[in-house]
Design a protein around this ligand. Structure first.
Ligand SMILES: Cc1cc2nc3c(=O)[nH]c(=O)nc-3n(C[C@H](O)[C@H](O)[C@H](O)COP(=O)(O)OP(=O)(O)OC[C@H]3O[C@@H](n4cnc5c(N)ncnc54)[C@H](O)[C@@H]3O)c2cc1C
Length: 382
């Protein structure tokens, strides 16, 4: 009998999986249910689209109807799934109840709500979808200044992009450096200096307390009592996997939906892929784990199971002011050895147990070395 594979989510994870499945099986019934309109776009491009003056409609790579025709699938768009009945192998969505043989959760992650006081908090905007980007563009029309809360990867990318788009941009973070989770201080300082050189302001090391409305503007108040006004507040404090659906099915969850190396959840007929997954304690909300995982999961779903193992997966920052590539080490126990020159920076993380390099950061001209360095790094997971 032709099995029915039901995929919830039409982001990079859902659609890449469909593409990989179709390479192995032209016949099986595949249905994608998605809360958005089902058009395929590149989410990483959202944080360098503003300076390039890209309209949201320019960013759709493949509309849903073309995906359906090209891939021989059904996309149920604008249909939010409310619940999974794992015992009956059914999902309940706004358009009815659907049965499945295999279910894949590709439901992504959501922005962590800003833990701040004040009547301006609900107006802060975060960018995690094309619809968010469309909202950002319309809210910024005729405005001048933006405060970005969160100096992580997404915050720094938007700071660079909006600055190139000629906005006054200030970045806030409670820790003392940008990209505190991914970069050693020496590389973070380079990034900060280069962004500052194009006019990005930084307010680091002070906890924000509140966002208050002041007419059309928003005033950010920090723990030192500083109050600064902006036209718009962009929140970039991080993502949290969407777990609500998994919980309706009673699946094991921790930070993400817990899977084994085959991306199988605690229910043998339900799998997970993408930003919603936690595999071996790792939450990796990036493109490369999705591309690798989709290939392996397609094999598993078509009867040729192969475990996922992650090689070193360098992350490229879209900060043209300071080209940066970082490959995080598998274990944080060790130290950074950095070389800084006029050409940029190369920092190697030396693992304490093995004494060998296990992660790196390259900036400026040293980014040329990224492929060679990545090839010399150990795997992120077994
Ligand atoms: C601004 C930005 C820049 C980035 N830049 C980079 C980069 O340079 N490099 C990199 O590696 N990564 C980058 N990333 C991360 C990367 O884009 C993500 O890892 C990837 O797009 C996640 O894809 P996904 O399919 O798992 O999730 P999503 O794209 O979030 O898709 C989730 C899908 O699930 C659907 N859904 C959720 N709940 C339900 C429900 N109940 N019912 C029905 N449908 C539901 C949604 O509608 C959506 O279709 C960036 C992310 C952002 C936000």
């Amino acid at each position: 009998m032709n099995p029915r594979t039901l995929i919830i989510g039409s982001g990079l994870a859902g659609i890449t999986l469909v593409r990989e499945l179709r390479k192995l099986d032209k016949e099986r019934e595949i249905i994608v249910i998605t809360a958005d309109d089902g058009g395929f776009y590149s989410k990483p491009n959202l944080s360098n689209a503003f300076a390039a003056n890209k309209r949201p409609e320019d960013m759709v790579l493949t509309p849903a109807d073309k995906l359906e025709r090209d891939l021989g699938i059904l996309i149920m768009a604008n249909a939010a799934v409310a619940r999974i009945d794992a015992g009956r192998r059914e999902v309940v969505c706004t358009q009815g109840t659907l049965a499945y043989d295999q279910l894949v959760l590709a439901v992504g992650a959501a922005q962590i709500p800003l833990p701040l006081a004040g009547d301006g908090v609900p107006d802060a905007i975060s960018i995690n979808s094309l619809a968010d980007y469309a909202r950002l563009r319309s809210r910024l029309a005729g405005k001048r200044s933006v405060a970005i809360v969160g100096a992580g990867l997404i915050g720094c990318e938007f700071a660079n992009d909006l600055r190139l788009g000629d906005f006054a941009v200030d970045v806030y973070d409670q820790i003392e450096q940008p990209m505190g989770r991914l970069l050693p201080p020496v590389a973070a300082q380079q990034l900060r200096d280069k962004l500052a050189a194009i006019g990005v302001g930084f307010h680091l090391g002070a906890r924000l307390e509140a966002i208050r409305r002041d007419g059309e503007r928003y005033v950010l108040i920090d723990s030192h009592g500083n109050a600064r006004p902006y036209d718009l507040v962009l929140s970039a404090i991080g993502l949290r996997p969407n777990l609500a659906l998994a919980k309706t099915a009673g699946l094991a969850t921790a930070l993400g939906i817990v899977t084994d190396a085959f991306l199988r959840t605690s229910d043998p007929n339900i799998y997970a892929l993408g930003d919603c997954v936690e595999l071996g304690g790792l939450f990796l909300p990036y493109v490369m784990p999705i591309m690798l995982g989709a290939k392996k999961l397609a094999g598993t779903l078509t009867g040729k199971p192969e475990p996922v193992s992650y090689p070193a997966m360098p992350i490229v920052l879209k900060t043209p002011a300071c080209p940066t590539v970082v490959s995080p080490p598998p274990s944080p126990v060790g130290h950074w050895d950095a070389t800084v020159s006029e050409d940029g920076l190369r920092a190697l993380f030396v693992d304490q147990a093995s004494g060998q390099p296990s992660g790196f950061v390259v900036q400026g001209g040293f980014t040329r070395e990224r492929m060679a360095l990545a090839a010399a790094m150990p795997n992120l997971s077994a």
